[in-house]
Design a protein around this ligand. Structure first.
Ligand SMILES: Cc1cc2nc3c(=O)[nH]c(=O)nc-3n(C[C@H](O)[C@H](O)[C@H](O)COP(=O)(O)OP(=O)(O)OC[C@H]3O[C@@H](n4cnc5c(N)ncnc54)[C@H](O)[C@@H]3O)c2cc1C
Length: 300
Protein backbone atom coordinates (compact mmCIF):
# COMPACT_ATOMS: atom_id res chain seq x y z
CA UNK A 1 0.00 0.00 0.00
CA UNK A 2 1.44 3.37 -1.04
CA UNK A 3 1.16 6.57 1.06
CA UNK A 4 -0.69 8.67 -1.48
CA UNK A 5 -2.55 8.17 -4.74
CA UNK A 6 -3.18 11.34 -6.74
CA UNK A 7 -5.98 10.98 -9.28
CA UNK A 8 -5.57 13.43 -12.17
CA UNK A 9 -2.55 15.01 -13.82
CA UNK A 10 -3.76 18.55 -14.43
CA UNK A 11 -2.14 21.54 -12.67
CA UNK A 12 -3.59 20.46 -9.28
CA UNK A 13 -2.46 16.84 -9.55
CA UNK A 14 1.01 17.71 -10.88
CA UNK A 15 1.54 20.34 -8.20
CA UNK A 16 0.51 17.79 -5.54
CA UNK A 17 2.91 15.27 -7.10
CA UNK A 18 5.84 17.68 -6.81
CA UNK A 19 5.07 18.50 -3.18
CA UNK A 20 4.50 14.85 -2.28
CA UNK A 21 7.69 13.64 -3.90
CA UNK A 22 9.75 16.39 -2.28
CA UNK A 23 8.20 15.35 1.06
CA UNK A 24 9.43 11.80 0.47
CA UNK A 25 5.97 10.26 0.24
CA UNK A 26 5.51 7.00 -1.59
CA UNK A 27 3.25 8.55 -4.23
CA UNK A 28 1.68 7.61 -7.56
CA UNK A 29 -0.24 9.78 -10.04
CA UNK A 30 -3.07 8.07 -11.91
CA UNK A 31 -4.17 9.74 -15.14
CA UNK A 32 -6.85 9.02 -17.68
CA UNK A 33 -4.77 10.25 -20.62
CA UNK A 34 -1.21 9.12 -21.26
CA UNK A 35 1.17 12.06 -20.64
CA UNK A 36 -1.75 14.28 -19.59
CA UNK A 37 -1.53 17.85 -18.37
CA UNK A 38 -5.25 18.52 -17.80
CA UNK A 39 -7.54 20.98 -19.51
CA UNK A 40 -5.00 23.78 -19.66
CA UNK A 41 -3.59 22.04 -22.73
CA UNK A 42 -6.61 23.52 -24.52
CA UNK A 43 -5.76 27.13 -23.68
CA UNK A 44 -4.53 29.21 -26.59
CA UNK A 45 -2.49 31.59 -24.48
CA UNK A 46 -2.07 31.83 -20.72
CA UNK A 47 -1.25 35.34 -19.64
CA UNK A 48 -2.58 35.28 -16.10
CA UNK A 49 -0.41 32.64 -14.46
CA UNK A 50 2.66 34.24 -12.95
CA UNK A 51 5.73 33.77 -15.12
CA UNK A 52 3.82 32.35 -18.10
CA UNK A 53 3.32 35.52 -20.17
CA UNK A 54 2.99 34.64 -23.86
CA UNK A 55 2.98 30.89 -23.27
CA UNK A 56 0.35 28.55 -24.64
CA UNK A 57 -1.47 26.27 -22.21
CA UNK A 58 0.18 23.31 -23.91
CA UNK A 59 3.68 24.68 -23.22
CA UNK A 60 2.85 25.54 -19.63
CA UNK A 61 1.31 22.11 -18.99
CA UNK A 62 4.37 20.43 -20.47
CA UNK A 63 6.63 22.43 -18.12
CA UNK A 64 4.48 21.33 -15.13
CA UNK A 65 4.78 17.74 -16.22
CA UNK A 66 8.51 17.99 -16.90
CA UNK A 67 8.98 19.26 -13.34
CA UNK A 68 7.21 16.21 -11.87
CA UNK A 69 9.08 13.84 -14.19
CA UNK A 70 12.45 15.34 -13.22
CA UNK A 71 11.60 14.44 -9.61
CA UNK A 72 10.84 10.89 -10.79
CA UNK A 73 7.16 10.92 -9.89
CA UNK A 74 5.65 7.58 -11.02
CA UNK A 75 2.62 7.81 -13.34
CA UNK A 76 -0.02 5.18 -13.98
CA UNK A 77 -2.18 5.52 -17.08
CA UNK A 78 -5.75 4.47 -16.38
CA UNK A 79 -9.17 5.84 -15.54
CA UNK A 80 -10.24 5.36 -11.92
CA UNK A 81 -13.71 3.79 -12.06
CA UNK A 82 -14.37 3.01 -8.40
CA UNK A 83 -12.99 4.08 -5.03
CA UNK A 84 -13.77 2.20 -1.81
CA UNK A 85 -12.47 2.18 1.72
CA UNK A 86 -10.08 -0.63 2.58
CA UNK A 87 -8.44 -1.50 5.90
CA UNK A 88 -6.00 1.35 6.56
CA UNK A 89 -6.80 3.33 3.44
CA UNK A 90 -8.50 3.34 0.06
CA UNK A 91 -8.80 0.86 -2.78
CA UNK A 92 -9.06 2.36 -6.27
CA UNK A 93 -10.09 0.26 -9.23
CA UNK A 94 -9.16 1.26 -12.76
CA UNK A 95 -10.79 0.60 -16.11
CA UNK A 96 -9.58 -2.90 -16.99
CA UNK A 97 -9.67 -4.14 -13.40
CA UNK A 98 -6.29 -3.10 -11.98
CA UNK A 99 -6.40 -2.09 -8.30
CA UNK A 100 -4.17 0.36 -6.42
CA UNK A 101 -4.26 0.68 -2.64
CA UNK A 102 -3.19 3.86 -0.89
CA UNK A 103 -3.38 5.20 2.65
CA UNK A 104 -4.59 8.56 1.35
CA UNK A 105 -6.05 9.93 -1.88
CA UNK A 106 -5.95 13.38 -3.44
CA UNK A 107 -8.71 13.58 -6.00
CA UNK A 108 -7.78 16.16 -8.67
CA UNK A 109 -10.12 15.04 -11.44
CA UNK A 110 -11.06 18.54 -12.63
CA UNK A 111 -14.15 19.22 -14.71
CA UNK A 112 -15.57 17.79 -17.91
CA UNK A 113 -16.86 19.83 -20.86
CA UNK A 114 -20.61 20.34 -20.81
CA UNK A 115 -22.75 18.62 -23.37
CA UNK A 116 -25.14 20.28 -25.84
CA UNK A 117 -27.48 17.27 -25.51
CA UNK A 118 -28.56 17.35 -29.14
CA UNK A 119 -28.92 14.59 -31.74
CA UNK A 120 -25.63 13.86 -33.51
CA UNK A 121 -23.38 15.09 -30.69
CA UNK A 122 -22.45 11.67 -29.30
CA UNK A 123 -22.42 9.92 -32.66
CA UNK A 124 -20.08 12.49 -34.26
CA UNK A 125 -17.85 13.14 -31.24
CA UNK A 126 -14.26 13.22 -32.49
CA UNK A 127 -15.54 13.24 -36.09
CA UNK A 128 -16.22 16.94 -36.36
CA UNK A 129 -17.50 17.59 -32.83
CA UNK A 130 -14.84 18.78 -30.40
CA UNK A 131 -14.33 20.83 -27.22
CA UNK A 132 -10.74 21.89 -27.90
CA UNK A 133 -9.73 24.30 -30.66
CA UNK A 134 -6.05 24.11 -29.81
CA UNK A 135 -6.12 20.32 -30.16
CA UNK A 136 -8.38 20.02 -33.23
CA UNK A 137 -8.58 23.50 -34.79
CA UNK A 138 -5.65 22.97 -37.22
CA UNK A 139 -7.59 20.08 -38.82
CA UNK A 140 -10.01 22.67 -40.21
CA UNK A 141 -7.60 24.92 -42.09
CA UNK A 142 -9.48 26.55 -45.02
CA UNK A 143 -12.70 24.86 -43.92
CA UNK A 144 -15.89 26.07 -42.25
CA UNK A 145 -16.41 25.73 -38.51
CA UNK A 146 -18.88 26.77 -35.82
CA UNK A 147 -18.19 27.67 -32.21
CA UNK A 148 -21.00 27.45 -29.66
CA UNK A 149 -20.90 29.57 -26.50
CA UNK A 150 -20.90 33.09 -25.15
CA UNK A 151 -17.99 33.30 -22.70
CA UNK A 152 -14.27 33.98 -23.06
CA UNK A 153 -13.44 30.46 -24.18
CA UNK A 154 -15.99 30.71 -27.02
CA UNK A 155 -14.75 34.13 -28.17
CA UNK A 156 -11.07 33.17 -27.97
CA UNK A 157 -11.79 29.94 -29.82
CA UNK A 158 -13.63 31.76 -32.62
CA UNK A 159 -10.76 34.23 -33.02
CA UNK A 160 -8.21 31.44 -33.09
CA UNK A 161 -10.18 29.61 -35.78
CA UNK A 162 -10.74 32.82 -37.77
CA UNK A 163 -6.99 32.91 -38.48
CA UNK A 164 -7.07 29.56 -40.25
CA UNK A 165 -10.63 28.76 -41.36
CA UNK A 166 -12.42 29.93 -44.48
CA UNK A 167 -15.48 30.79 -42.37
CA UNK A 168 -16.36 30.71 -38.67
CA UNK A 169 -19.85 30.94 -37.19
CA UNK A 170 -20.08 32.01 -33.55
CA UNK A 171 -23.41 30.85 -32.15
CA UNK A 172 -24.82 32.05 -28.85
CA UNK A 173 -28.26 31.29 -27.49
CA UNK A 174 -28.57 34.69 -25.75
CA UNK A 175 -28.47 38.26 -27.05
CA UNK A 176 -25.42 39.38 -25.05
CA UNK A 177 -22.02 37.76 -24.74
CA UNK A 178 -20.37 37.23 -21.34
CA UNK A 179 -16.87 37.20 -22.78
CA UNK A 180 -14.36 40.03 -23.18
CA UNK A 181 -15.75 42.89 -25.30
CA UNK A 182 -12.32 43.58 -26.89
CA UNK A 183 -12.26 40.05 -28.32
CA UNK A 184 -15.84 40.46 -29.47
CA UNK A 185 -14.86 43.67 -31.30
CA UNK A 186 -11.98 41.86 -33.01
CA UNK A 187 -14.39 39.17 -34.15
CA UNK A 188 -16.79 41.76 -35.53
CA UNK A 189 -13.98 43.17 -37.67
CA UNK A 190 -13.28 39.83 -39.32
CA UNK A 191 -14.88 39.27 -42.73
CA UNK A 192 -14.88 35.51 -42.28
CA UNK A 193 -16.72 35.52 -38.93
CA UNK A 194 -20.50 35.53 -38.66
CA UNK A 195 -22.00 36.07 -35.24
CA UNK A 196 -25.40 34.47 -34.68
CA UNK A 197 -27.30 35.41 -31.51
CA UNK A 198 -30.51 34.14 -29.97
CA UNK A 199 -30.09 30.71 -31.51
CA UNK A 200 -28.94 27.32 -30.31
CA UNK A 201 -27.85 24.17 -32.08
CA UNK A 202 -30.80 21.83 -32.62
CA UNK A 203 -29.10 18.95 -34.44
CA UNK A 204 -25.63 18.08 -35.66
CA UNK A 205 -25.89 16.38 -39.03
CA UNK A 206 -23.66 14.00 -40.95
CA UNK A 207 -23.23 10.28 -41.52
CA UNK A 208 -19.55 9.60 -40.79
CA UNK A 209 -18.38 13.15 -40.21
CA UNK A 210 -20.12 16.45 -39.50
CA UNK A 211 -21.57 18.03 -42.62
CA UNK A 212 -23.98 20.63 -41.23
CA UNK A 213 -25.86 21.88 -38.20
CA UNK A 214 -29.45 22.91 -37.81
CA UNK A 215 -30.21 25.85 -35.52
CA UNK A 216 -33.31 26.49 -33.43
CA UNK A 217 -34.07 29.52 -35.66
CA UNK A 218 -34.45 27.12 -38.61
CA UNK A 219 -31.13 27.92 -40.35
CA UNK A 220 -29.07 25.09 -41.77
CA UNK A 221 -25.33 25.85 -41.73
CA UNK A 222 -22.91 23.77 -43.77
CA UNK A 223 -19.91 23.22 -41.48
CA UNK A 224 -17.01 20.80 -41.31
CA UNK A 225 -16.48 21.09 -37.57
CA UNK A 226 -18.35 22.18 -34.45
CA UNK A 227 -16.57 23.36 -31.30
CA UNK A 228 -18.41 23.37 -27.97
CA UNK A 229 -17.37 26.12 -25.57
CA UNK A 230 -20.27 26.10 -23.16
CA UNK A 231 -18.48 25.49 -19.88
CA UNK A 232 -17.90 22.40 -17.84
CA UNK A 233 -19.18 20.41 -14.87
CA UNK A 234 -17.29 18.65 -12.05
CA UNK A 235 -16.38 15.03 -12.76
CA UNK A 236 -17.59 13.71 -9.42
CA UNK A 237 -19.89 10.80 -10.26
CA UNK A 238 -17.10 8.51 -9.06
CA UNK A 239 -16.93 9.99 -5.57
CA UNK A 240 -20.51 11.06 -4.91
CA UNK A 241 -21.08 8.26 -2.37
CA UNK A 242 -17.79 8.89 -0.55
CA UNK A 243 -17.72 12.64 0.07
CA UNK A 244 -20.26 15.43 0.36
CA UNK A 245 -20.90 17.52 -2.74
CA UNK A 246 -22.54 20.92 -3.13
CA UNK A 247 -25.72 21.42 -5.16
CA UNK A 248 -23.68 21.69 -8.39
CA UNK A 249 -21.70 18.51 -7.80
CA UNK A 250 -18.42 20.08 -6.57
CA UNK A 251 -16.67 18.40 -3.62
CA UNK A 252 -17.16 20.41 -0.43
CA UNK A 253 -13.73 21.48 0.87
CA UNK A 254 -11.93 24.58 2.07
CA UNK A 255 -8.36 25.76 1.58
CA UNK A 256 -6.92 22.78 3.48
CA UNK A 257 -8.52 20.54 0.83
CA UNK A 258 -9.95 18.13 3.45
CA UNK A 259 -13.24 16.48 2.54
CA UNK A 260 -15.89 14.82 4.67
CA UNK A 261 -14.04 11.47 4.33
CA UNK A 262 -10.94 10.72 6.43
CA UNK A 263 -7.78 10.41 4.36
CA UNK A 264 -9.54 11.62 1.21
CA UNK A 265 -8.47 15.04 -0.05
CA UNK A 266 -9.43 17.11 -3.06
CA UNK A 267 -7.52 19.64 -5.16
CA UNK A 268 -8.23 21.94 -8.09
CA UNK A 269 -11.33 22.82 -10.09
CA UNK A 270 -13.33 19.90 -8.73
CA UNK A 271 -13.66 21.39 -5.24
CA UNK A 272 -15.93 24.19 -4.04
CA UNK A 273 -14.17 27.54 -4.60
CA UNK A 274 -14.74 30.98 -6.05
CA UNK A 275 -12.07 31.03 -8.73
CA UNK A 276 -11.19 28.07 -10.93
CA UNK A 277 -7.80 28.84 -12.45
CA UNK A 278 -4.31 27.39 -12.75
CA UNK A 279 -3.06 29.47 -9.82
CA UNK A 280 -5.75 28.17 -7.45
CA UNK A 281 -5.36 24.58 -8.70
CA UNK A 282 -1.60 24.67 -8.14
CA UNK A 283 -2.09 26.13 -4.64
CA UNK A 284 -4.59 23.38 -3.83
CA UNK A 285 -2.10 20.71 -4.87
CA UNK A 286 0.39 21.98 -2.28
CA UNK A 287 -2.21 22.41 0.48
CA UNK A 288 -3.73 18.99 -0.12
CA UNK A 289 -0.35 17.31 0.29
CA UNK A 290 0.26 19.12 3.56
CA UNK A 291 -3.13 17.95 4.82
CA UNK A 292 -2.38 14.40 3.68
CA UNK A 293 0.96 14.45 5.50
CA UNK A 294 -0.71 15.67 8.72
CA UNK A 295 -3.26 12.86 8.38
CA UNK A 296 -0.60 10.22 7.77
CA UNK A 297 1.39 11.39 10.80
CA UNK A 298 -1.70 11.40 13.02
CA UNK A 299 -2.58 7.86 11.91
CA UNK A 300 0.86 6.23 11.97
C1 LIG B 1 -9.98 26.47 -23.00
C2 LIG B 1 -9.52 26.78 -21.58
C3 LIG B 1 -8.70 27.87 -21.36
C4 LIG B 1 -8.26 28.16 -20.05
N1 LIG B 1 -7.45 29.24 -19.87
C5 LIG B 1 -6.97 29.51 -18.64
C6 LIG B 1 -6.05 30.59 -18.44
O1 LIG B 1 -5.69 31.31 -19.37
N2 LIG B 1 -5.60 30.80 -17.16
C7 LIG B 1 -5.98 30.02 -16.10
O2 LIG B 1 -5.51 30.27 -14.98
N3 LIG B 1 -6.85 29.00 -16.28
C8 LIG B 1 -7.35 28.73 -17.50
N4 LIG B 1 -8.23 27.70 -17.67
C9 LIG B 1 -8.67 26.95 -16.49
C10 LIG B 1 -7.62 25.91 -16.09
O3 LIG B 1 -7.30 25.10 -17.20
C11 LIG B 1 -8.13 25.06 -14.92
O4 LIG B 1 -8.45 25.90 -13.83
C12 LIG B 1 -7.10 24.04 -14.47
O5 LIG B 1 -6.70 23.21 -15.55
C13 LIG B 1 -7.65 23.17 -13.35
O6 LIG B 1 -6.71 22.19 -13.04
P1 LIG B 1 -7.14 20.80 -12.35
O7 LIG B 1 -5.87 20.04 -12.16
O8 LIG B 1 -8.00 21.06 -11.19
O9 LIG B 1 -8.09 20.06 -13.39
P2 LIG B 1 -7.89 19.61 -14.91
O10 LIG B 1 -6.93 20.49 -15.60
O11 LIG B 1 -9.26 19.48 -15.45
O12 LIG B 1 -7.21 18.18 -14.80
C14 LIG B 1 -7.90 17.05 -14.30
C15 LIG B 1 -7.25 15.80 -14.84
O13 LIG B 1 -7.78 14.66 -14.15
C16 LIG B 1 -8.01 13.62 -15.08
N5 LIG B 1 -9.05 12.74 -14.55
C17 LIG B 1 -10.35 13.06 -14.32
N6 LIG B 1 -11.02 11.99 -13.83
C18 LIG B 1 -10.13 10.97 -13.77
C19 LIG B 1 -10.23 9.60 -13.38
N7 LIG B 1 -11.39 9.07 -12.96
N8 LIG B 1 -9.13 8.82 -13.45
C20 LIG B 1 -7.93 9.34 -13.87
N9 LIG B 1 -7.78 10.64 -14.28
C21 LIG B 1 -8.87 11.44 -14.22
C22 LIG B 1 -8.48 14.36 -16.33
O14 LIG B 1 -8.33 13.54 -17.46
C23 LIG B 1 -7.54 15.57 -16.33
O15 LIG B 1 -6.34 15.29 -17.01
C24 LIG B 1 -8.68 27.37 -18.96
C25 LIG B 1 -9.51 26.26 -19.20
C26 LIG B 1 -9.93 25.97 -20.49
C27 LIG B 1 -10.82 24.77 -20.73
Amino acid sequence: MIDLLIIGSGPAGLSAAVYAKRSNLDVMVAEKEFLGTGQIAGSIRVDNYLGSFGMSGYELGESFRHHAEELRVPFYTGEAVSIRRSPGGWKTEFYGGEILEARTIIFAGGTVPRSLNVPGEQELAGRGVSSCVVCDGPLYRDKTTAVVGGGDTALDSALYLADMCKKVYLIHWRKDFRGNHVTLEKLRERDNVEIIRNAAVKTINGTDIVSSITLTNGRLLKVDGLFKAIGSDPGTALVKDIVRLDAYGYILAGEDCSTTADGFFVAGDVRTKRLRQISTAVADGANAVFSAIAYLKANE
